[in-house]
Ligand binder design. Structure first.
Ligand code: ADP
Ligand code: ZN
Ligand code: ZN
Length: 720
């Protein structure tokens, strides 16, 4: 008899502990078991196994009902990683485990199971067959694996008759799911000297080492990844390549698949459960050597990693915004250490956290300073105040239009960025002057002219546009405030009639392959002008684009967040980097009302380093990260009072602790989806101390006081 310790399914703070059970079955640590719990049955994960005689049990233990897995689901690495995540993100152990597995494998009581398919085989031919039966037998025998449904399509009921007769037998196999398509070969170019130098440095240094590859846009970073990956695969090891949002980087998938074909798995949030499961299992079985994927691909179960790449490492999509709030870059570093292999974080605009570490030699800095083919694009600032003086009421300045016309008439293409969806972000009733808000959020509804609807951009509430005011019932109509991208599209269709415009935003890419379809169409020059929200700023490589316009550069700069200028600099550099990537000189037009802002000087000179030094002075004076560690604690409830009360209780608790750092006042956040939220920010000098404080909060309010109101912890939040 054994006594086993298991974590149970509930991913809640209140029961973040193990429970003991007797177990008569063969079982190993890392397997799932079904256990009785209160008056129900839960799935548990075996965490430790003891001999019953050793285990001191003061009370009667219940027994395990059955063991679910035949093989170990969570190996030693995954269990250690979950422990690391638990302590750094202050999330329950089971929530960390859940985050690492595809839905079908998650330890949950609800029935998640892999899709199965029926297969038939011939087991005996020692009997008389009709001619049709004989043909069916031959058909089944001619296939390696014969799916029942295929045979049925050809021979109808005859298949069943063969089974009844005892000639054929049927069984279930896991359905094979093909994810993504095949891509044409992606040829290897002659490497540039800079690329070679980078690759040599990393290759000559086996073992764990974090690198920051700082390379200007268009410097050929992808080729560096591919060459390194090739060496690793030849050594028999595997590679993880993380990309921001896969829909946004189909070109990366095309390149990696075009180089390594069937050795590549794809893993991202738009795959369905079956597809994720299938790719996960291909990796677990060792059938593939490379995965290209978004955030959660960092957990893919390779047992012999030789390299991890984090492309566009500054990208915010690497941080999960639900429990556990982990950053994929941290997981990459942890796994790199575990597998003793290099971790390459790359960007044209590294996060300050990473660049600061590289400046202190915590990471090794590698640089690609030159574009492969041509010079960096020319950057022109357009002062929009002057446009207003010139009484140009339109979204596009004269300079930008002139440049667009010139490029378009040469057969070149143009990209315009405008970071707001819909037609108008605000509707004000002409009679009662109320701004129309989402019924569930404290946010004004946006008018989408094209679809004739109004939408909430926070909760996705949609309702048909009607001319009656929902507040006062008047029929006088609305004043539309502000502009959205659909209005820009309207302006282009009027002023650039001879050219075709494609729009890429959340509304036009809702379908699964929506992004890819638009990107490929633009790549084939089926349109001349691509307009889009920030989703088109990153990663795309269209050699024929020579003009990029940023219609409203100021939008992000005014956000009350200490990172707003860093983020805007990154966004503008990335967006500019889409221009002039081939043999022709690129131009970028940045339209702003704030031309004097110091950030633009650095941007024009393409001087990331100078910008970093300047901005870090401000961080130092204000004592912001990376000079300190920050965390956000959020309470949330459908009752305003409850959410507020818990926030104030936590605030008082923190003040009484007299921590060496700063506790900000409680702030009320925007109501979203009928949920009220309150937030407290804290910052301290030392990370271990911060983790300790966060853990204390959970212990005090969730474990000891058992407060029911939701409590979210975000250690190192990326937006404040
Ligand atoms: P980024 O550094 O912005 O990710 P890419 O990897 O997209 O840049 O490379 C920019 C372009 O240069 C791509 O079209 C790529 O195919 C091409 N390229 C990369 N390396 C070389 C090379 N050594 N010789 C010629 N072209 C190259
Ligand atoms: Zn009204
Ligand atoms: Zn809403």
């Amino acid at each position: 008899m054994k006594v086993i310790e298991v974590y149970v399914e509930h991913p809640v703070y209140e029961i973040n502990q193990t429970f003991s059970y007797y177990c008569d079955f063969e079982v190993q640590v890392g397997m799932r078991v079904l256990v009785p719990f209160n008056h129900t049955e839960l799935v548990g994960l075996v965490h430790a196994i003891h001999d019953a005689s050793e285990a001191s049990s003061d009370y009667d233990l219940k027994s395990v009902i059955r063991v679910i897995d035949e093989e170990i689901l969570l190996n030693d690495e995954i269990r250690k990683l979950a422990k690391y995540m638990e302590s750094t993100t202050i999330a329950p152990y089971m929530a960390c485990v859940q985050a690492m597995l595809p839905t079908i494998l998650k330890p949950k009581t609800s029935t998640n199971s892999a899709k199965m398919e029926r297969v038939v085989t011939i087991i005996s031919e020692k009997m008389a067959f009709t001619p049709k039966e004989q043909r069916c037998v031959d058909y089944i025998k001619s296939k390696d694996v014969c799916f029942y449904s295929d045979a049925r399509k050809e021979f109808g009921n005859t298949v069943r008759q063969l089974v009844v007769k005892g000639a054929a037998s049927e069984y279930l196999v896991e359905a094979k799911t093909k994810v993504g398509k095949d891509y044409a070969d992606y040829q290897e170019p002659e490497l540039s000297d800079e690329q070679k130098a980078c690759i040599n440095k990393i290759e000559n240094n086996h073992g764990y080492r974090p690198y920051l590859l700082y390379g200007v846009t268009g410097a050929g970073k992808t080729e560096v990844y591919l060459q390194l990956a090739k060496q690793v695969i030849e050594r028999g090891q595997s590679v993880i390549i993380l990309v921001p949002e896969i829909g946004l980087t189909p070109q990366m998938v095309a390149r990696v698949k075009g180089r390594f074909h069937d050795l590549v798995a794809i893993y991202h949030s738009k795959l369905n459960n079956q597809e994720k499961y299938s790719e996960y299992m291909r990796i677990k079985r060792g059938e593939v050597k490379v995965v290209v994927g978004t955030r959660s691909a960092i957990f893919m179960p390779f047992d012999n990693l030789g390299l991890i790449i984090v492309d566009e490492e500054h990208d915010k999509s690497y941080k999960q915004d639900s429990t556990p709030r982990y950053h994929a870059r941290d997981i990459a570093l942890w796994r790199g250490q575990y597998h003793n292999c290099p971790v390459v974080m790359a960007s044209a605009t590294p996060s300050f956290e990473s660049y600061a570490r590289a400046s202190k030699n915590v990471y090794e800095l590698l640089t690609l300073t030159k574009r492969i083919n041509v010079r960096m694009p020319e950057i022109h600032l357009v002062n929009m105040k002057n446009e207003l003086r010139r009484s140009n009421p339109y979204l596009l300045s004269k300079d930008l239009k002139t440049a667009m016309n010139e490029a378009l008439s040469n057969g070149e293409q143009v990209i315009l960025l405008f970071n707001r969806r819909g037609y108008a972000p605000q509707m004000e009733c002409k009679s009662c002057h109320k701004v129309i808000k989402c019924p569930h959020c404290d946010i004004s509804l946006s008018y989408h002219k094209e679809e004739k609807v109004v939408k909430c951009h926070y909760c996705d509430y949609v309702t048909p546009f009607i001319s009656t005011c929902p507040v006062c019932g008047s029929n006088e109509g609305f004043n539309f405030g502000g502009v959205g991208i659909q209005k820009l599209e309207e302006e282009l269709n009027r002023d650039f009639k001879d050219y075709k415009v494609l729009r890429m935003d959340r509304d036009t890419t809702a379908r699964k392959d929506g992004h890819e379809a638009i990107i490929e169409a633009f790549g084939r020059h089926e349109a001349d002008i691509l307009i889009g929200t920030q989703m088109i700023a990153k990663g795309l490589d269209f050699p024929n684009v020579t003009v990029v316009g940023i219609v409203n550069a100021d939008q992000g700069m005014n956000r009350p967040d200490f990172r707003s200028i860093e983020d805007t600099f990154g966004f503008l550099s990335q967006a500019s980097g889409r221009s002039g990537r081939s043999s022709k000189q690129g131009k970028v037009f940045i339209q702003t009302y704030d031309e004097e802002h110091y950030m633009f000087n650095y941007l024009k000179k393409n001087d990331y380093h100078g910008f970093f030094v300047r901005e870090m002075k401000f961080r130092h004076v204000g004592n912001y990260p990376p000079y300190c560690y920050m965390a956000a604690i959020t309470t949330s409830d459908s009752s305003k009072e409850k959410a507020q009360n818990l926030a104030y209780a936590i605030h008082e608790y923190l003040l009484n602790k007299h921590i060496d750092g700063k506790v900000y006042n409680v702030t009320e956040e925007t109501k979203v989806q009928d949920t009220y939220r309150y937030r407290i920010l804290i910052k301290v000098k030392n990370n271990d101390m911060l983790e300790g404080i966060l853990k204390d909060i959970v212990d005090e309010f969730k474990v000891k006081q058992k407060v029911r109101v939701k409590l979210y912890i975000d250690n190192n939040p990326l937006t404040v």
